[in-house]
Design a protein around this ligand. Structure first.
Ligand code: FAD
Length: 474
């Protein structure tokens, strides 16, 4: 690294310190490259650590405790009315985020990575200018863009940190517990954040434009969640279009329409969770050879290369599924390619998790994808009412589903709804990556009593003889 007159040069500049950016920076440093990482936040972690995955999961953990405590009543244990200390909850979340961020800082330092707090903009294909930092310009041999995404806004309706119309970032600061909260959007962010507020005591009304929640997830996996949310939320409405949200002193005036009928409502707060858009507009990409696609994503190939030979892109800004683990893998691939290794993004199965109660996870082929693309597949479903472990937890409202090649039994995909679906899915991800057959999963001995047995039992259905339910032939 050459220091001088507020300019530096480096082998690799990583723009963005989220899971894509730090995943790339760490791998590149381990492979011997000289690395600079730049991000406007004071510490790495990106949206995921500071405003997304980790804050939401910290609060969801507390929401789950509240719901489980209420559930325990019918099992013989009562805790009484919970006392909620919002300031202490926020402090706990800050402690969790701070601890992870501190770990990332140490890991970056120990690897000799220079972290610059600032915003980067391209001057050309081999240098950026940095604003907000002492170092004003960085020249690089290669650059990885990992600038992530930001919430989409409803047309003409801006969210601001002090206002009552919130995006996910503001909602995760939990400014207060509104008596009546409107959630616009039935995707995973709306469901997760709505669940937190509902568990804390808000009357949550969720409106969705489509005719169901989580439109990209198989309907049978969503159904138990929808049933549970119908109990937790005050109302869930489909086919609803929000026309206007207007900030008022005491709340938000909401104008919407459904089936041609207009309605006016009043809520204490509104959360807009209608999707995300890439952070690509302010990067000065016009000074490079990169051309954005029609939605603002940076097109890449399997090695994360953009159309500019010096520049790679990873994570949300590069499109595809917007998930942290996908960003990290892409970051590692880009770092390896830049280091001269033979590498490429060739995942057969991408896991995804919705952290509702119950959770939903899935990977590989989905039933709706198989139907849309005419892919032959056999489907084996093991309902959790047959699982002894689910019964001990009082959580029988779940299901484990396998999608297999009808001829060979090769596992093509899976979906799980139920407690701990977040961890259970990894076994099937590995199975798909290894080209395993349903037989392999069925013959792998699973400990009893565990929820993981539901995966083996689903595989046994393929063989025609599950242990804890009757085969369909009987
Ligand atoms: P980011 O994490 O967005 O990081 C990009 C960084 O680049 C940011 O720090 C940004 O400040 C910085 N940056 C932007 N422009 C510049 C610039 N010009 N110069 C320098 N730096 C710049 N995903 C999961 O897998 N699991 C979850 O449980 C999950 N929960 C989520 C919950 C919520 C509420 C939200 C909103 C998202 C959640 N996600 C989750 C999605 C996940 O956060 C993203 O997919 C992930 O953060 C993408 O990583 P990234 O590295 O591409 O970008």
């Amino acid at each position: 690294m050459v220091m001088g007159d507020m300019e530096m040069s480096t082998d690799l500049l990583v723009i963005g310190g989220g899971p894509g950016g730090y995943g790339a920076a760490f791998r590149a440093a381990d492979l011997g490259l000289d690395v600079i990482m730049v991000d406007p936040l004071p510490r790495p972690g990106g949206l995921c650590l500071h405003k997304g995955c980790i804050p939401s999961k910290t609060f969801l953990q507390l929401a789950e405790l509240l719901v489980d405590a209420a559930r325990a009543e019918k099992m013989g244990i009562s805790f009484g009315q919970p006392k909620i200390d919002l300031a202490a909850m926020r402090a706990w979340k800050d402690q969790v985020v701070g601890s992870i961020a501190g770990g990332l800082v140490t890991l970056a330092e120990q690897r000799g990575i220079l972290f610059i707090q600032g915003m980067a903009q391209f001057n050309n294909s081999t240098s950026v200018r940095i604003t907000g930092a002492d170092i004003s310009r960085v020249r690089f041999k290669h650059c990885i863009i990992a600038t992530g995404s930001r919430p989409l806004e409803l047309p003409g309706i801006a969210c601001n940190p002090e206002g009552r119309i919130m995006d996910s970032t503001v909602a995760l600061s939990i400014p207060d517990i509104p008596q009546k909260l409107l959630v616009v959007g039935g995707g995973y962010v709306g469901l997760e954040l709505g669940s937190i507020y509902a568990a804390l005591g808000s009357q949550v009304t969720l409106v969705e434009r489509e005719d169901r929640l989580l439109a990209q997830v198989d309907a049978d996996l969503v159904q138990p969640v929808q049933k549970q949310l119908a109990r937790l939320f005050a109302d869930i409405r489909f086919g609803v279009q929000v026309d206007a949200l207007q900030e008022q002193d005491d709340g938000v005036a909401v104008s919407l329409h459904q089936d041609g009928k207009r309605e006016q409502h009043h809520f204490d707060r509104a959360l807009v969770a209608i999707g995300r858009t890439p952070n690509s507009g302010d990067l000065g990409l016009e000074h490079t050879k990169i051309q954005l696609d029609s939605r603002g994503f940076i097109p890449i190939d399997e090695q994360q290369r953009t159309t500019d030979a010096h520049i790679f892109a990873v994570g949300d800004v590069a499109g595809g599924v917007m998930l942290a683990h996908k960003a990290t893998r892409e970051g590692r691939v880009a770092a390896e390619v830049i280091s001269g290794k033979k590498s490429g993004f060739d995942a057969r199965a991408m896991p995804a998790v919705v952290y509702t109660d119950p959770q939903i996870s899935w990977c590989g082929l989905t039933e709706q994808q198989a139907a849309a693309e005419n892919i032959p597949c056999a489907i084996q479903k093991f309902p959790w009412k047959y699982s002894g472990r689910a019964q001990t937890m009082g959580m029988t409202d779940g299901c484990t589903k396998l999608l297999t090649d009808p001829q060979t039994g090769r596992i093509l995909g899976a979906g799980i709804t139920g407690r701990n679906a977040e961890s259970l899915i990894s076994e099937v991800v590995l199975a798909i990556e290894m080209g395993a057959l349903a037989e392999d999963l069925a013959l792998t001995i699973h400990p009893h009593p565990t929820l993981s047995e539901t995966e083996a039992e689903a595989a046994e259905i393929f063989q025609g003889s599950p242990t804890h339910m009757l085969p369909s032939s009987k």
